[in-house]
Design a protein around this ligand. Structure first.
Ligand code: NDP
Length: 273
């Protein structure tokens, strides 16, 4: 089983399937990320606000896996925007992770009430130039927030954004495609809050003798999304990684595409500050 690697618009590469640690208890993170690395995941997605960067760092250190075989993402939290403050925040994240650089650093949310995401974004290429991060990107910048970022002329490598079959970011996708910005799909399984097994996904999964979650992961992969489903459970981690021995047909892809109904399961970026 080989995880495909995608090339970003800055020429760097990223494993298309990774492991996310949102809501992974900081006390349990080292064990859970150790499990994920043992299963075979080499791409870990964390964030300062998850409070578990130290656990991620400990698991990485203990694993003995070479740094250049791993892809680690973290994110700048909302109360650390601004050029000076974001630099301090990145330094703190690196210290907690026990790393001298991350592979990808993201602005976590646009936070319209702060109205300084552009100033913050303009500081990000400096972090790349200083070797503190290999690639830079944004998260939760949909069609309402992306234009001011693009106006800076600094094009994010990725936009990490809520994306799953019933909420596919139809308004934002054209802008991302035009600028060759990869979608990182967060909540790729609908955060477990949508009964996808009872939709056509259940039938498609059964036809391939796979689970509904595996069918959705396959849909994301074939759409070209980067994703990192989260699971505290080793069996489900293994299941979510076991998705490279089957393929959805064009018509199966189209019937999953047709589940789009605007059904966001989590926060609207316009309301997160
Ligand atoms: P997911 O869509 O990955 O869903 C996680 C939920 O699905 C958990 O409750 C998990 O339960 C369950 N689950 C996982 N695998 C299976 C399976 N095979 N069968 C049945 N249930 C399963 O949601 P996340 O919100 O965690 O998104 C993934 C990652 O995206 C995050 O961990 C984080 O890294 C990132 N993210 C980023 C955000 C942002 O603002 N940038 C916001 C939210 C997430 P269990 O653990 O019990 O298996």
């Amino acid at each position: 089983m080989t995880v495909p690697t995608l090339t970003l618009n800055d020429g760097k590469t990223i494993p298309q399937l990774g492991f996310g640690v949102f809501k992974v208890d900081p006390e349990e993170t080292e064990r859970i990320v150790t499990d994920a690395l043992e299963v075979g995941y080499r791409h870990i997605d964390t964030a300062a606000v998850y409070g578990n960067e130290e656990g991620v760092g400990k698991a990485i250190a203990k694993s003995g896996i070479a740094r250049d075989e791993l892809f680690v993402t973290t994110k700048l939290w909302n109360d650390r925007h601004g050029a000076e403050e974001s630099k301090r925040a990145l330094g703190e994240s690196l210290e907690k992770l026990g790393l001298d650089h991350v592979d990808l650093y993201l602005i976590h949310w646009p936070t319209p009430a702060n109205d300084n995401s552009v100033e913050t974004w303009e500081a990000f290429p400096g972090y790349r130039d200083q070797g503190l991060t290999t690639s830079i990107g944004v998260s939760n910048f949909d069609h309402r927030f992306l234009p001011e970022i693009l106006d800076t002329g600094i094009i994010p490598a990725v936009d990490q954004i809520e994306c799953h079959p019933q909420f596919q970011q139809v308004d934002t996708r054209p802008l991302l495609a035009e600028n060759d910005i990869r979608i990182e799909a967060w909540g790729p399984l609908g955060q477990g809050n949508v009964d996808y097994a009872s939709t056509v996904i259940g039938e498609i999964a059964a036809a391939h003798e796979k689970s509904w979650a595996q069918a959705i992961i396959r849909w994301h992969l074939q759409k070209g999304h980067i994703l990192f489903p989260k699971s505290n459970n080793r069996d489900r981690m293994e299941q979510n990684f076991d998705v490279f021995d089957f393929e959805l047909s064009d018509s199966e892809m189209a019937s999953i595409d047709a589940l789009e109904n605007g059904g966001r399961v989590s926060a609207d970026p316009a309301e997160v500050n």
